[in-house]
Design a protein around this ligand. Structure first.
Ligand SMILES: CC(C)(COP(=O)(O)OP(=O)(O)OC[C@H]1O[C@@H](n2cnc3c(N)ncnc32)[C@H](O)[C@@H]1OP(=O)(O)O)[C@@H](O)C(=O)NCCC(=O)NCCS
Length: 314
């Protein structure tokens, strides 16, 4: 294949194509589920009807001209790239950010990759004795993310396409209120957008994890829970009441000294998680909740939010 030509046709940088080529090599891909089974699978993955309809409309049938040779190459090699790192737990872009507005194949290419890998990761889950219910509720984060991306008018996808490869590689497990991320000595905590973060729900989820990891990953040793988030910014204490769920969540953690994270802007992340828009001007953002007012007032005053890391012993 011609890397320059492929990159030009895909509308992405040459280095991005070279990276896929290098990481995927000629490693094995995985087939998509049969079209006839796809709707049932999408339903299991909590994909809503409007998103499912789009995904079905762009389904990579063998002869569909929508799927150019470059797109087919990228889909096949993206699956291989993620599959090659099965069991890995570091963030992994599955391929370049695509110009998704070009059509349904472009828009959902990494969703098709996800669907192809469901069978692979289900086998991995089975090898680790992970209960079916945990397996499916974990994988159903796909539907949640697609719905958020729709709310965000497609602005959120570049992060999600990498985030979702954690699920595909058996790195993340949803146990009650939180998602738990395997790592080096610490279980990383993620907080999905699924209702209030009550202390009771958090404690129950931590208890589940304390039993889950020794049982299903006996070779891995965890001594701490960790989290990196805008939710851990201590400046939030200046705005939110002591008994709010976010402040009570913060109190569990010992914070690491502040370091500006590389490639991540906390002001952008706060907009992502609190307003679900990255492009709305400050003075047009809603001020319905105490947190929304806090975010806007802080930024309007020229101040910045922080992405903070914290941990506590298991
Ligand atoms: C984390 C989360 C569940 C906390 O919500 P919560 O349990 O309601 O939190 P609190 O009790 O501390 O809320 C305090 C105030 O902030 C508001 N608030 C909290 N999270 C909010 C959010 N994401 N958007 C808008 N308002 C929010 C609450 O409505 C409340 O305001 P009110 O008293 O005027 O109603 C919520 O922020 C959320 O769903 N976030 C998206 C996921 C996320 O950020 N994950 C972490 C990624 S790093």
């Amino acid at each position: 294949m011609d890397v320059d030509d492929t990159a030009a046709r895909l509308g992405v940088p040459v280095e991005a194509v070279e990276r896929v080529h290098r990481l995927a090599g000629d490693r094995p891909s995985a087939p998509l589920p049969a079209r006839a089974d796809a709707l049932a699978m999408l339903d299991r993955l909590a994909v809503r009807p409007d998103d499912a309809a789009e995904i079905m409309a762009g389904w990579p049938d063998p002869d569909l001209p929508l799927w150019t040779p470059e797109l087919r190459w990228l889909l096949d090699r993206s699956i291989a790239l993620v599959r090659a790192d099965l069991g890995g737990y570091v963030w992994l872009p599955p391929g370049p950010e695509l110009p998704r507005e070009r059509g349904p194949a472009w828009q959902h290419l990494y969703v098709y990759a996800y669907l192809a890998l469901v069978g692979v990761v289900r086998d991995y889950h089975r090898d680790h004795g992970i209960p079916d219910a945990v397996s499916w509720v974990t994988l159903a984060d796909l539907g949640r993310n697609l719905a958020i991306d729709r709310r965000m008018r497609r602005e959120g996808w570049p992060v999600m396409q990498s985030w979702l490869t954690l699920h595909m590689r058996g790195a993340v497990y949803e146990l009650g209120r939180l998602q738990h991320h395997r790592g080096d000595g610490a279980i990383g905590l993620h907080i999905p957008d699924s209702g209030p973060l009550t202390p009771e729900a958090v404690s129950a989820s931590l208890d589940e994890a304390r039993a889950f990891f020794p049982r299903h990953f006996p070779d891995e040793r965890y001594t701490a829970f960790s989290c990196g988030s805008w939710l851990l910014d201590p400046q939030l204490r200046d705005y939110l009441p002591e008994d709010s769920n976010i402040i009570r969540f913060q109190r569990r953690f010992e914070l690491e000294p502040y370091e500006e994270p590389e490639g991540l802007d906390a002001d952008v992340e706060v907009r992502r998680f609190v307003f679900r828009t990255l492009s709305t001007p400050l003075d047009q953002l809603p001020r319905r909740t105490a947190l929304q007012r806090a975010i806007v007032d802080h930024l309007t005053a020229g101040r910045h939010w922080q992405w903070r890391q914290g941990r506590f012993a298991i």
